[in-house]
Design a binder for this molecule. Structure first.
Ligand SMILES: C[S@@+](CC[C@H](N)C(=O)[O-])C[C@H]1O[C@@H](n2cnc3c(N)ncnc32)[C@H](O)[C@@H]1O
Length: 406
């Protein structure tokens, strides 16, 4: 839709994504950034790993009298190493360039996106809703840093009814994953994690039919929407602290014909009644939350889950499940990507955190599930039967943890 256009006066809403119309040069820039990220996360990562295995591990072992035992040991072994410095510098810059590569196109069509989001909120053709709370106190772990280097983070608003951060996070996310095929979803429209975890739950627990599903730290609900296909009778709820993300997500859900009830809430203390949900999910959420707040959020999940209700949270695999080199690799973001809580979350045990929040320890679980789009449903069926393993998290699999409320 060209700049300055008026919305068509029809009963259907256009997809808010159709307002993102990068120029030829902007598309070229975005493709370059996607390719650069792939170059760093495949080629440069492999080069760095080779240097570690062939040189740095032995040097460390000789100096310390033992092989690296932790990610911090590997970090010490690699400190100053050129391949690590090149990898980090390129990865950091590619991260900054990701968001910058979409900002101009978002700004150009922002007025149209805002109008569409307002129309979606007024008309709600799919039957969802949007409840914002301008007085919500944004937690310091969101307001004090631009989390993973997104200028403006998740919550900042620069104009009335702003959706800009929703658009930047959404389109930046596509550039971020664009060349990493295994991160992509089946339809390219919604999130690969939601598609995979929803499908896993439906195949693993065919008798489980949640009436209400909540996604916490939803951003724009791209990883909640696939639950509408798997559980068509369920009501979908999505919370986040960032109003621009929720406005954006609500417009997208309404145009997609999916009823989602969005509300701006802190997951540490929500206004939902006790026992309201049968399923609570999240993705890429807890590693951004200080462990102290994670404990509060899990306790809140316990309160608002029904008896027999389940949780499934996709996250980074904890340190206890990874070898020292992988821990070094995963914890990179703590040092370089404005994600200060990342390592502390990975150092904790999700089973213990959930038990501490009131869940019976015998119901807690951890599993890596295949990415549905790349694994395929035939192999997925074999995975459910225990005949084939899932690919590792980060290589075509998604680590999830959860529990059931007794
Ligand atoms: C990395 S994003 C998650 C992305 C999203 N779940 C997805 O899969 O695309 C983390 C989200 O959590 C939200 N968030 C952080 N702290 C929160 C809290 N205490 N309560 C609710 N949402 C929170 C942030 O605003 C952000 O949108």
């Amino acid at each position: 839709m060209p700049d300055g256009s008026v919305l068509p006066n029809t009963d259907t809403l256009p997809d808010i994504d159709s307002f993102f119309q990068p120029t030829h040069n902007e598309v070229a820039r975005q493709s370059f950034v996607s390719a650069l990220r792939k170059h760093v996360l495949v080629d440069k990562l492999n080069e760095m790993h080779d240097v570690y295995e062939t040189k740095k591990k032995a040097t460390f072992t000789k100096a310390k009298g033992h092989a690296p035992k932790t990610g911090d040991d590997v970090e010490a072994a690699m400190d100053g190493e050129m391949s690590y410095r090149v990898y980090s510098a390129l990865r950091y810059n590619a991260q900054e360039m990701t968001w910058a590569s979409v900002q101009d196109a978002v700004e150009r069509n922002l007025p149209d996106m805002i109008e569409l989001a307002k129309k979606a909120a007024a008309e709600t053709p799919a039957g969802g809703s949007l409840r914002l709370n301008p007085n919500l106190e944004i937690p310091r772990y969101v307001s004090a840093v631009d989390v993973h280097l997104i200028p403006g983070c998740f919550h900042n608003e620069y104009t009335a009814d702003d959706v800009a951060q929703g658009a930047v996070v959404s389109f930046g996310g596509m550039v971020f994953s664009g060349a990493l095929g295994w991160r992509l979803g089946m339809k390219g429209k919604f999130g690969a994690v939601g598609e995979s975890v929803a499908y896993y739950l439906s195949q693993k627990y065919p008798n489980f039919k949640p009436r209400r599903i909540l996604d916490i730290g939803t951003s724009s609900a791209k990883n909640l929407m696939p639950y509408a296909e798997v559980y068509p009778d369920a009501e979908l709820y999505a919370i986040d602290v960032g109003a621009p993300l929720l406005r954006y997500g609500h417009a997208k859900a309404e145009a997609s014909g999916i009823a989602v009830h969005f509300s701006q809430q802190n997951a540490e203390a929500t206004d939902f009644p006790d026992g309201h949900f049968d399923l609570i999910v999240s993705s890429f959420f807890f590693h951004e939350i200080p462990v102290k707040s994670t404990k509060k959020i899990l306790a809140e999940c316990h309160r608002i889950l029904s008896k027999g209700g389940m949780m499934a949270h996709m996250e980074l695999p904890p340190r206890k499940n990874c070898d020292p080199y992988l821990n070094f690799y995963w914890d990179w973001d703590t040092l370089n990507n404005n994600e200060p809580s990342y390592s502390a979350f990975r150092a904790s045990d999700p089973n213990e955190l959930q038990a501490g929040a009131g869940f019976d320890r015998s119901t807690t679980y951890e599993i890596t599930v295949p990415n549905r789009a790349t694994f395929g449903d035939a192999k997925f069926a074999q995975f459910i039967k225990g005949e084939v393993p899932a690919p590792r998290h980060g290589q075509g699999g998604w680590y999830i943890f959860g529990a059931t409320k007794s």
